[in-house]
Design a protein around this ligand. Structure first.
Ligand code: UFG
Length: 328
């Protein structure tokens, strides 16, 4: 048994957000151990940390891992994240995001690990009732992806009551950008996220970008999102981890910048950053999309003393663009 008091289990640590988290944890002196089934993640994205290839649904494997390590905390990034796919194949989302997470929670609690950091999402709010969403906004997800995350949030709160689980539920808005040193980049296969798609178009790897609808109730008719730099997102996790392990109460925070950009604005900024002519064609709306999702992230800033380093979209897109080239 490793009794190192700084070991953190990072489930989904070979994925886009998890792999950036591993870098942040290492830099802060923690010892991340990655569990990832590589269904979406990449082996080469796990830099300087142990990678255990396996599934969080595998109770036997989890028993074995928890008998080897005395983890300080578990961070969970191993979810399916495609809104459109979740509408077509809800079972995948309830199986992986909900049932497998229940297995993880169950085994970590049996092993006396009390701190849990969970990647939740703005999608738990559904259609916002206010311009900037606070954590007290009603929870009314409008697609199976959002519902799967909401269900896990509820399970976590139940385990807090029954077993004293301490949790940080972090509701991400749109994670974007890449490690400024270019060690990692965003790689989903197939890619569905706006910024990497726009940059692939700029790099000539695809013909252009299709804009999913221009009849939303927004200034230019396209959907508005709050893009947050991946490094800032990971930094908030680090602060949440420190707060939990120093005995602070469980927390639920939105992580965003508080600024919304429309799809057309993203394409424009990407044209400026890359200096390329990115072709954009208007298409049909995508099932399950909310018109506007913008965070009020004041609570995380106030309570965690979280100060985003890269709040502007230009820097986010520039880092993503630089990293894409290093990895192509
Ligand atoms: N979009 C396009 N064309 C594309 C891809 C995306 O117009 O080719 C639009 C989408 O319709 C949306 C916006 O660009 O309006 C952003 O889309 P993304 O797919 O990049 O991100 P989403 O907002 O759909 O989803 C992201 C995360 C989810 C998370 C959600 C919360 O992927 O995990 O943010 O807001 F739940």
């Amino acid at each position: 048994m490793h009794t190192d008091s700084k070991s953190i289990l990072v489930v989904g640590g070979a994925g886009y957000i998890g792999s950036h988290m591993v870098l942040s944890l290492k830099r802060a002196g923690y010892h991340p151990v990655v569990l990832d089934n590589l269904s979406k993640g990449h082996r080469d994205a796990v830099i300087d940390a142990e990678l255990i290839v396996g599934d969080m649904a595998d109770a036997r494997l989890l028993d074995e891992i928890f008998s080897r390590y005395q983890f300080l905390a578990v961070m969970h990034f191993a979810s399916f994240i495609e809104v459109g796919e979740s509408v077509k194949f809800p079972a995948r989302y309830y199986q992986n995001n909900v049932a497998a997470t229940l297995n993880l929670l169950d085994i970590m609690i049996k092993n006396g690990v009390k701190h849990f950091i969970f990647s939740s999402t703005a999608a738990v709010y559904g259609e916002p009732k206010s311009a900037a969403i606070t954590e007290t906004h009603s929870l009314a997800p409008i697609n199976p992806y959002g519902r799967s995350k909401w269900m896990v949030e509820e399970m976590i709160k139940d385990f807090a009551v029954s077993d004293g689980l301490n949790y940080a539920i972090l509701r991400y808005f749109n994670a974007a950008g890449a490690d400024p040193e270019g060690r990692l980049c965003e790689r989903h296969e197939p890619e569905s996220h706006l910024i990497p798609i726009v940059l692939q178009a700029a790099a000539g790897k695809r013909q252009g970008v299709t804009i999913y609808g221009d009849r939303y109730p927004t200034a230019d008719g396209t959907c508005v999102r709050d893009y947050i730099h991946i490094v800032d997102l990971c930094h908030a996790h680090l602060l949440a981890l420190r707060a939990l392990t120093e005995g602070k109460k469980s927390m639920i925070y939105n992580l965003g910048t508080g600024h919304g950009y429309s799809v057309l604005q993203v394409v424009d900024v990407a044209r400026r950053v890359t200096g390329k002519d990115i072709k954009a064609a208007m298409g049909e709306p995508r099932a399950g999309d909310s018109a506007v999702l913008v965070a009020d992230a004041a609570l995380a800033k106030q309570e965690l003393n979280w100060v985003p380093s890269y709040p502007d979209l230009e820097t986010i897109i520039r880092h993503a663009w630089q990293a894409m080239f290093k990895h192509s």
